[in-house]
Ligand binder design. Sequence first.
Ligand code: LIP
Length: 292
Amino acid sequence: MSEGTTGNPATGRDNAHQDCEIAELVRLATSAAQQAGALVRDRRPAGLGVERTKTSPTDVVTVMDHAAEDLLREVLTAQRPGDGVLGEEHGLQPGSTGLVWVVDPIDGTVNYLYGLPTYAVSVAAVRGDPMVPGAWSPLAGCVHNPETGQTWTASAGRGAWLDGQPLRMGAPPPMERALIATGFGYREARRRGQARVLARLLPQIRDIRRQGSAAIDLCQVASGNVDGYYERGVQAWDVAAAMLVVTEAGGRVSGLEGRPPSPDMIVAAAEPLCGALVAALTAAGAGEDDPE
Ligand code: LIP
C-alpha cells in the first residue's frame, strides 16, 4: 500500500483526481505539522510557564500552544483559503468548501510544560462538522512528535504510515494480556469517575500506560506499541488525525454501545479486542462521570 494509490478503475478519472487531492491534503498536513513542531521544539522559551488555564487549574495553555496554532492557521489558509479551521486554542473559523482542518498545536501540553518528550502536533483534514460526534470523517491526517521525529500519516482508504513505512496492525492479544493506554481529564468529578473505571478494568488486563497525549496513544495503537486505548473527555482536535491512522492501519475506533467516538468515550484497538474493551468499559460505567 502506498500514498497516492489509484482508485477504482470503473470510475478511474474521478478516483485519480480524488487520490491526487487527498495526497495533497496529506502533504499539506505533514508540512504544517512539521513546521509547527519545529517551532515548539526550537523556540521554547527559557523558563516556559503557564499562560492561562482552561477547565481546571491543571488544564494548562502555554505561549507556544498559541504560537503554534497561529502558525498552523497561517500555513493552512495560505494554501487553502476556502477551508475552515478548528483549533484547540482559537476555536472554529468557518470555511466555504466543506473541508475543515482540525488542529491541535500541542497535544500533551502538560508533558511539554515539564520537558517530557511525549507530545505531538496533530493536523487533520475532515469532511463534515467536527463539532458534532458522528457527523464528520477524516480524509487526511498527520501526527508529528517533534522530540522523537516520528511522523504518522494517513489518508482515507489509502493507508497509514509511520515515517513513510506502511502500518498494518496484527491480531491483538486477549484482554488479559493487552497493554492499554488511557488518559485522565482535568476536572475532579471526571477524574473520580475515571479512577473508578480504572479500578474495575486494571485486574482484567496486562497493564495501563498513561503517556499524556491522546494523539500519540492512538498512533501507538496503530504502531503496535500498545494494544488498545480508551479515554473519556478527548475532543476532535486531540484525535481527528490519529483516529484515521488507527482505522487505516486496520484497527477500529468506537464509542460505547454502538455510538461513534466522541468526548463521551473513544475506544481503539484491533478486533476482537476493541469489542471486548467496549464491553468491559460499558460494564464499568465508563460513560458517566461521578457526581460533582
Ligand atoms: C490532553 C490529552 C491527554 C488527555 C488530556 C488532554 P492537551 O490534550 O491528549 O492525553 O488525557 O485529557 O486532552 O490538553 O494536551 O491538548
